[in-house]
Design a protein around this ligand. Structure first.
Ligand code: CP
Length: 314
């Protein structure tokens, strides 16, 4: 029988197919809580969660906070600009001081790939990666996969095309690990300059022809154009990107009639997709956000329930 024995959730690369399915099934059982008039269960009563965010976030931060509250945990939000890190305290010292206050779970977002992994080694508290650099965003991929399974009834054999800046996307990387383990076929599509080196080794089909990526897809997961990278000249102009890779209703004429349109947010409307597609009949973008709470409730619940003796990350 599947079970969860990990202290931390740092990425989907290290999880087995069974562990991913166990999280999804646990999320399924929590989904109903958010539909109740009183949205609360006592599962994490007496536990303390810290949201430790070094980068801006709307969805992930609010979703973890709501998930913790719906499980009856206490939650504290710390952002780096209002912490003593601006006075020079190191990440490790800050985290160990937080832990000294007997915190059970630290949810961390950081611009450096591997920062949550370093933290997980330094503290006994459980650590959940809420996005590290361009490495992984495991709970985003889990909510994406949960939403695909909810809408399509399966994952095995589905064709999922991820469109955009694959090289810098932690969302893409976590989705690729997770979807591959669950038997979906992943295609990545974007400008050659926004593809990681040796991308085929990730077990994906690669194309820079959007029509190809759309035609066979059951799901299009459209990534945010990271406008902050425009100074790196990775593509000639926003207008050219939109012409080649932006999704509009004209390009969706090649799509299957039951395609799902997904986006992790935040959306650049009119750049990677047009408003009529973002808000159109194929879009499940807000369902992703709703499902994020159930998935994060599951992850908080599972990491908090590990055997007391297990203090390793892998
Ligand atoms: N999808 C996502 O991570 O959104 P936020 O940056 O708003 O958390």
């Amino acid at each position: 029988m599947a079970e969860w024995n990990r202290k931390d959730l740092l990425g989907l690369k290290e999880l087995s197919r069974e562990e991913i399915l166990f999280i999804l099934d646990t999320a399924e059982s929590f989904r109903e809580v958010s539909t109740r008039p009183i949205k609360k269960v006592p599962a994490l009563r007496g536990k303390t969660v810290v949201n430790f965010f070094f980068e801006p976030s709307t969805r992930t931060r609010a979703s973890f906070e709501l998930a913790a509250k719906r499980l009856s945990a206490d939650i504290v939000n710390i952002s780096v600009n209002s912490s003593s890190m601006v006075k020079g305290e190191t990440l490790k010292d800050t985290a160990r001081n937080i832990e000294a206050m007997k915190v059970d779970i630290i949810v961390m977002r950081h611009s450096s790939s591997g920062a949550p992994h370093m933290l997980a080694k330094a503290v006994k508290s459980s650590v959940i990666n809420a996005g590290d650099g361009s490495h992984e965003h495991p709970t985003q991929a889990l909510l994406d996969i949960f939403t695909i399974r909810e809408k399509k009834g399966r994952l095995e054999g589905l064709n999922v095309s991820i469109i955009g800046d694959i090289a810098h996307s932690r969302v893409a990387r976590s989705n690729i690990w997770g979807l591959n383990k669950l038997g979906a076929n992943v295609t990545v599509c974007g400008p050659t300059t926004l593809m990681p080196q040796e991308v085929e080794k990730l077990g994906v089909r690669v194309t820079n022809k959007l029509k190809e990526a759309i035609e066979e897809a059951d799901v299009l997961n459209i990534l945010r154009v990271q406008l902050e990278r425009q100074s790196e000249n990775l593509f000639p102009s926003i207008r050219e990107y939109t012409n080649e890779f932006g999704i509009d209703s004209e390009k969706l004429k090649y799509a299957k009639k039951d395609i799902l349109i997904m986006h992790p947010g935040p959306i650049n409307r009119g750049i990677e997709l047009t408003p009529d597609v973002a808000d159109g009949p194929y879009s499940v973008i807000l369902d992703q956000v709703t499902n994020g709470i159930a998935v994060r409730m599951a992850v908080l619940y599972l990491v908090s329930g590990r055997p007391e003796s297990d203090e390793t990350s892998d």
